[in-house]
Design a protein around this ligand. Structure first.
Ligand code: 5GP
Length: 291
């Protein structure tokens, strides 16, 4: 390693001020990219006259693009054979144009994250799929409100917002739900504002809701993608519902009856996936949302 040059205190202070300024400029650029005030074409052009921007790492720039996230930014760089340490000013002409092509002229709508509705008969395993998706960057999973009692392992505000009947009535009256439906003796609803806010930030949103709710969402948001989750077989679904220690016998039998009616509605959906393995359903949903 070469020995660093001997600097006077003034030179050191000047160098420090320069690097502080450079960091501030880069933070500003990233914030502007994040909220959509700058696109990457504009950043490339600014980099020609500003050394701080020219020295920004490409990965940092990509990660600040709303909806892209760390994992997808890295995957994109790999695909375009851009080294992980490459700086904006060091991009070759081909790499620059490949990146520009990826993000060309985003319209207001294409910046909105996708709305994906996962539905299907009770007991098919929607909540297991949603649980895994909560751990993934590609989706923001909506938290519903419900009037049913919490199960032993459920946490208020994470699994559901547990509402009293009065609270739910008030939310309906104030039009706070994107959709809501009664299911097996309780009511369930999707709070509207968090879904819109997440989509505005470019996040793909997953709603894990019943079929009635899915239809309401499609009526209000026709661009929503409705995905129907099928059990591998009817026997499998029965076994899953019968095996649910958390539900009463009465509730389980009501659910079986309902499941039969629900299975007949698959044709209403844009996509149908068989839940033979949670991981493969998860990957499929991600590729539907990001394609
Ligand atoms: P569970 O009580 O087993 O958690 O859910 C019962 C059913 O309600 C499931 O089919 C689930 O997908 C559905 N559900 C959960 N949240 C909502 C919601 O916000 N709206 C509607 N319409 N259904 C929901």
């Amino acid at each position: 390693m070469p020995t660093p040059p001997q600097l006077s205190p003034e030179q050191r202070a000047a160098a420090l001020a320069k690097s502080t300024r450079a960091r501030q400029v880069r933070a500003q650029v990233k914030a502007k990219v994040k909220n959509g005030d700058l696109d990457i074409a504009a950043v490339f052009s600014l980099a020609q006259s500003d050394e701080s921007i020219s020295k920004m790492r490409v990965i940092e720039l990509l990660e600040s693009i709303t909806g892209l996230g760390k994992v997808r930014a890295q995957a994109l760089m790999e695909r375009l054979t851009i080294s992980p340490t490459r700086r904006v000013g060091g991009l070759g002409a081909l790499q620059r144009s490949a990146l520009l092509a990826q993000f060309s002229i985003p319209s207001i709508d294409s910046r909105l994250g996708r709305l994906v509705v996962l539905s299907g008969p009770g007991g098919v395993g929607k909540s297991s799929v949603a649980r895994v998706l909560r751990t993934r960057d590609e989706f923001w999973v909506s938290v519903s409100a419900t009037t049913r009692q919490p199960r032993t392992n459920e946490v208020d505000g994470f699994d559901y917002y547990f509402y009293t009947d009065e609270e739910f009535d008030r939310a309906v009256k104030n039009d706070l739900f994107l959709e809501w439906a009664a299911f097996a003796g309780a009511r369930y609803g999707t709070p509207r504002t968090p879904v819109l806010e997440a989509r505005k930030q470019g996040k793909n949103v997953l709603l894990e809701i019943d079929i009635e709710g899915a239809k309401q969402v499609k009526a209000k948001e026709p661009e929503a993608l409705l995905v129907f989750l099928q059990p591998p077989s009817w026997e499998e679904l029965v076994a899953r519902l019968e095996g649910r220690g958390t539900d009463s016998a009465e509730r389980r039998s009501a659910r079986l009856e309902l499941a039969q009616e629900e299975l007949a509605q698959a044709h209403y959906f844009d996509e149908s996936l068989i839940n033979d393995q949670v991981e493969s359903v998860v990957e499929h949903l991600i590729s539907l949302a990001t394609s």
